[in-house]
Ligand binder design. Structure first.
Ligand code: IFM
Length: 442
């Protein structure tokens, strides 16, 4: 790895990211049921019907997981808190054991000199709230603000920074229009409502946390470099709609208090009544923005010709085990574009970047995931280029610390820099972890 910490500005934070449902083991500690638990029981929804009940057993192994990060010299750790662990019914009675867990986790990080970066929602909607419509129900904004008060009231005094919601596009569009994630809806009205309510919930949560006196609050958006698959007008239009829905909708709402016209053409009539009046809350100022970046997609219209029927075609760049093209240039492109079009001087973080690979353990027990080291190195270089171009990038979190529950792909896709044997829960650092942590010492 060519990465040298000394190439980055002083104080730049290097860390790893995870999320609650993907690693903790949701069957432990009194956590309530989530929409992922029921979604996973639907044939074909999740590979082999797997779920997050045990995952990496991080709930019971968190101390040794934190020890690994301490030994490696990570500056920061991005984790998420599970709504259903803290409030098993989504509202009402608090699961004290769940809150205690996050309290210990934060203290454990601080004791090891690792800065805690919390995310309040990384996709596990409590089932009791999903029963009421989840993100389709406008009341979700109030429910989420109440949960925010509870969790921030407990750990807000010690976390370095807090993000409200992870990857709003996935929460809303991937889950309510494309149906790939829980709750598995394929309905434009459901999706439009979720696209709006997730932003409203974000805004209310920021206000709730600020009212308690906390700052360093942000949101985490995933961005995907989008290009037309061919030179036709239709492909160009599909790319423009895709870019609007994916890359412009959320940042535009928060920073410009508007939705992109090209996306509104399809969604406006499905948005909740009075949506225009919500931008005051949605646009509540944030202190930082997190960008999750993975790949590029080549798109064209799907066969139906309907709005948002967009398909992607395989490009000719090298691909990860997710079949995602490796395109580091997209990372510098987005960092510069986001600063130019939306965030200005507001600090940016790369809150996720990484790849799934087909890791094989050699006879000597080593896992030589050179492809991941090369992937990370190329993306670190792209981040550095953006910093040199003036982007106020403050940190970089690799996805992910551990192999984990990769949602619809179950345990099949491995994103970790540390290998997890899901039968024994043994952790084995991969070559990329050794490379990354060695590079941080330079
Ligand atoms: O595992 C996910 C994570 O939960 C959100 N961002 C993308 C990752 C890889 O698919």
């Amino acid at each position: 790895m060519r990465l040298r910490r000394s190439d980055f500005p002083d104080g730049f934070q290097f860390g790893a990211a995870t999320s609650a449902y993907q690693i903790e083991g949701h069957g432990f500690g009194g956590a309530g049921s989530t929409h992922w638990d029921s979604f996973a029981t639907g044939p074909g929804n999740v590979m082999r019907g797997e779920n997050g009940a045990v995952a990496c057993d991080h709930y019971n192994r968190w101390e040794s997981d934190l020890d690994l990060m301490e030994a490696a010299g990570l500056d920061a750790y991005r984790f998420s808190t599970s709504w259903a662990r803290v409030l098993p019914e989504g509202r009402g009675a608090v699961n004290a054991e769940g809150l205690d867990f996050y309290d210990r986790l934060v203290d454990g990080l601080l004791a090891r000199g690792i800065a805690p970066y919390a995310t309040l929602y990384h996709w596990e909607m409590p089932s009791a709230l999903a029963d009421l419509g989840g993100w389709m129900n406008g009341d979700v904004a109030g429910w989420f603000a109440d949960y925010t008060e509870i969790i921030m009231g407990r750990i807000g005094d010690r976390v370095e920074a807090t993000a409200t919601i992870n990857e709003l596009w996935c929460v809303a569009w991937l889950s309510h229009f494309l149906g790939h994630h829980a709750p598995g809806m394929r309905d434009i009205r459901a999706a439009a409502r979720a696209m709006h309510h997730v932003l409203l919930a974000h805004g209310h949560a920021v206000q709730a946390a600020r009212a308690l006196g906390f700052d360093n609050l942000g949101l985490v958006t995933n961005l995907e470099y989008t290009e037309p698959a061919d030179e036709s007008v239709e492909a160009a239009e599909a790319a423009s709609v895709q870019d609007a829905l994916y890359n412009q909708w959320f940042l535009g709402a928060v920073f410009k208090q508007e939705y992109p016209t090209v996306a509104l053409a399809g969604l406006e009539r499905h948005l909740p009544k009075g949506w225009q009046d919500d931008f005051g809350v949605i646009g509540t100022p944030v202190d930082w923005v997190g960008i999750n970046y993975y790949t590029r997609k080549l798109v064209k219209p799907g066969p139906s010709g309907m709005f948002c029927d967009i398909v992607d075609l395989p490009g000719n760049l090298p691909k990860t085990a997710m079949d995602w093209e490796i395109y580091p240039e997209g990372l510098s492109y987005f960092l510069e574009r986001v600063q130019r079009e939306y965030t200005g001087d507001t600090p940016l973080f790369i809150t996720e970047n990484g790849m799934a690979s087909l890791d094989r353990m050699g006879a000597d027990g080593r896992i030589e995931d050179w492809a991941r080291s090369a992937f990370l190195d190329a993306h670190f270089a792209a981040a550095l280029r953006a910093i040199e171009a003036g982007v106020p990038l403050k940190g970089y979190f690799v996805w992910s610390l551990l192999d984990n529950f990769e949602w619809a792909f179950g345990y099949d896709k491995r994103f970790g820099m540390i290998h997890v044997d899901f039968k024994t829960q043994v952790r084995t650092p991969k070559q990329s972890w050794l490379d990354f942590t060695e590079a941080l010492k330079r």
